[in-house]
Design a protein around this ligand. Structure first.
Ligand code: ATP
Ligand code: MG
Length: 471
């Protein structure tokens, strides 16, 4: 006998349900509003892209690309290969089998982040021809095959923004100090926008950490990396397996380690700040000055390196309360050169990504979430004539912006009032045949049980006024 299958959401994914979705909407609405005041426009991107885009942009050695992506062969590409083989008929021997051709099939991945896609879109749509800088923001699901836990999911949501600007070499050579100050002002404004957004949401206990990781040049990070590598070799035996492996693959990430036993050794490693070239040092100093001018409070954290390869100079992270060890709600940084790496013109970039799931968790923890959204009016009707009036009343009230529950069948008034209470309705509008013929409708305030009679226009007016007072 067939057993009944009970379907469940796949591990690491989840359903977002009301009333929590109301909070998601409020967060997203606030992002639309705040980002617009800073001149950002929304970009909507595909959820999957060529795997190579992420490998190139995020970096092949990062955890994200090396083990966390959902990658598959593009079925269209497979079908094309099958057609090729079939067309070839007997001559297909030199084309080989599908298995031989498979390595050439196009691989696609669900996006683990969106900066790479924004850069791809900037190039694809020649956005360097628009007035610069181009300021874009996005929101939507991202996918990473990580171990699910509180604040860490396999499908999670990010709200992010990017500022992209054609790099003018002459400008940089003519007056590099001015250029550095301009970039730092852009970085600071992006961070200011972020903090404005969090403040508007009343997100509690936020801390902004900043750092500079210099640039990938022989007079800057390369010197530091050499130094760091030598020091890491000296303490290799004291480090955990992950960090030992990273000495060869991604030594900067070791600074990011949370492993307790390594901390005392990592604390003594050299700091990037002591190796910044004059340009990067001036940029970092200007960033701090710019943040101060904007009243943005920050803390420096020399170990903040971020997990993606493309960052340079500014990196930042924001933590919030109530999140346990997954307490970073936002990460970001500057990534000059990434657009060029993806085949575009020399371009500067700075951006951030907010973990929306964690942001919501933190808002829920600090009880800044709105109470359950109840109905404004529950219409308790009885009788055929009353039904017609109830339908019209519901239409008018909804048009005026009230949330109305209109039961599909008539109920005894006692039961209807109980139902209204359960739904958290503010008012019950009582419509029986008597009220309809009298032209006087009874409105019951559920909080205190008081009731009063109104004509139809009076009732609308009364509800409008009470709404204006409460909102
Ligand atoms: P962490 O290591 O703290 O998860 P990350 O360095 O991988 O962060 P980014 O790639 O910079 O994070 O992404 C920016 C933000 O997206 C993070 O600060 C976090 O809030 C959120 N985020 C990242 N991965 C996940 C995930 N698997 N589930 C939920 N949120 C995530
Ligand atoms: Mg991560």
């Amino acid at each position: 006998m067939a057993t009944k299958t009970k379907f469940q959401a796949i591990r690491g994914t989840r359903d977002l349900l009301p009333p929590e979705t109301a909070l998601w909407n409020r967060v997203e609405q606030t992002a639309h509003e705040v980002f617009a005041t800073f001149g950002f426009g929304e970009i909507r991107l595909p959820v999957f892209e060529p795997t190579d885009l992420f490998a190139r942009a995020v970096g092949g050695e990062t955890d994200i690309v090396s083990k966390e992506m959902y990658t598959f062969t593009n079925p269209t590409s497979l079908a094309a290969m099958v057609r090729e083989i079939e067309k070839g008929g007997s001559a297909s021997s030199e084309m080989g089998t599908l298995a031989d051709m498979l390595p050439e099939a196009e691989m696609i991945s669900l996006r683990p982040e969106a900066t790479a896609s924004v850069c791809r879109a900037y190039i694809e749509h020649n956005m360097q021809q628009l007035p610069q800088p181009v300021k874009l923001y996005y929101m939507g699901p991202m996918f990473r095959r990580e171990r699910p836990q509180k604040g860490r999911y396999r499908q999670f949501y990010q709200i992010g923004a990017e500022v992209l600007e054609v790099a003018r070499r002459e400008a940089a050579e003519h007056d590099w100090e001015k250029e550095v100050r301009k970039d730092a002002a852009i970085d600071a404004e992006v961070i200011e926008m972020l903090m404005t957004f969090f403040a508007k949401l009343e997100l509690a206990g936020t801390t902004l950490y900043i750092n500079s990781i210099g640039h990938n040049g022989p007079d800057c990070r390369s010197v530091y990396m050499g130094k760091l590598y030598n020091e890491l070799l000296k303490i290799k035996g004291k480090l955990g397996a992950d960090s030992q492996r990273r000495i060869a693959t991604n030594p900067l990430r070791i600074l990011d380690s949370k492993l307790e036993s390594e901390q005392s050794y990592i604390e003594k490693l050299p700091h990037m700040a002591d190796y910044l070239c004059p340009g990067c040092a001036a940029h970092y100093a200007a960033l701090k000055h710019q943040l101060e001018m904007r009243g943005v409070i920050y803390r420096e954290n020399w170990r903040l390196v971020r997990g993606l390869d493309y960052y340079m100079r500014t990196t930042f992270e924001i933590t919030a309360q109530g999140l346990g060890s997954q307490n970073a709600v936002c990460g970001g940084g500057r990534y000059d050169g990434l657009v060029e790496l993806l085949g575009g013109p020399p371009t500067k970039g700075i951006g951030f990504a907010i973990g929306e799931d964690r942001l919501i968790l933190s808002l829920l923890e600090s009880a800044k979430a709105p109470a359950q959204q109840g109905r404004d009016v529950y219409i308790a009707w009885m009788g055929e004539r009353a039904h017609a009036t109830a339908i019209r009343a519901a239409k008018d009230l909804r048009k005026a912006g009230f949330s109305v529950e209109l039961p599909p069948v008539e109920q005894k008034f006692g039961k209807a009032l109980g139902q209204a209470d359960k739904l958290g309705a503010k008012y019950a509008l009582i419509l029986g045949d008597h009220e309809v013929s009298e032209g006087l409708w009874t409105l019951k305030t559920l909080a205190d049980g008081s009731q009063a009679k109104y004509t139809e226009p009076e009732l609308l007016e009364h509800l409008r006024k009470s709404k204006a007072v409460s909102s």
